[in-house]
Design a protein around this ligand. Structure first.
Ligand SMILES: [Mg+2]
Length: 203
């Protein structure tokens, strides 16, 4: 039987992107600002920090963070429970990483692959998809934090809960344990529904 296909985003889903981001920001601008997920009302973290889109400061911060190998590989913490949950999910489903690399930094893709090898060594590299067009992918589930991606996907969607991704009809878990429970339950009930439809059509 074909396994359900699940796509998993990386930034702010497998990792806690905001943690090194605010550290680099403080170092670059000599500040002592804290950034907690509960105050992240905008998807774009530079905007959460009060920087204007396209400003020199935002560009400097992008260069210091998203154009840095160390930022992606050494300083990026995963959600603590994510490796354990992802390993279980890989046994039951066809799991793919679906990540949008930072467009201005071509080394972002190998850096993200190295980070996966470091924290998720069991995960097959050939199941990593990098794209700027997630809406083109077909599958059963997308786990992503970005509102546009959640809206654009044609299957089931779920996310880690952040203030910026409150959307009707989207399940928002506080951690990977909650996501795992939701995904397992939803897939089981979808399978049951499909089975009943087939059964009814035979009768
Ligand atoms: Mg993300």
């Amino acid at each position: 039987m074909k396994k359900p296909v699940i796509y998993i985003d990386m930034d702010n889903i497998l990792n806690k992107f905001w943690v090194p981001y605010i550290q680099y920001y403080n170092k670059l601008f000599n500040r002592n600002t804290t950034l907690d997920p509960s105050i992240m009302k905008e998807y774009c973290l530079s905007v959460c920090l009060g920087l204007e889109h396209g400003s020199i400061e935002e560009k400097q911060l992008d260069e210091a963070t998203m154009c840095s190998w160390k930022f992606w590989t050494d300083d990026m913490p995963p959600y603590e429970e994510a490796p354990e949950v992802l390993e279980r999910m890989c046994q039951n489903y066809d799991v793919y990483i679906l990540s949008t690399p930072y467009v201005e930094y071509t080394n972002c893709i190998p850096a993200k692959m190295e980070w996966m090898e470091k924290h998720f060594p069991f995960f097959p590299k050939k199941n990593m998809i990098f794209t700027w067009h997630k809406e083109l992918l077909m599958g059963d589930f997308l786990i992503d934090d970005k509102p546009e991606n959640l809206i654009g996907f044609k299957g089931n969607v779920a996310t880690i809960a952040y203030p910026y991704n409150r959307l009707d009809g989207v399940y928002r878990g506080k951690d990977w344990y909650e996501l795992e429970k939701y995904i397992n339950t939803k897939i089981a009930s979808d399978n049951e529904e499909e089975f009943l439809k087939k059964y009814e059509s035979i009768l």
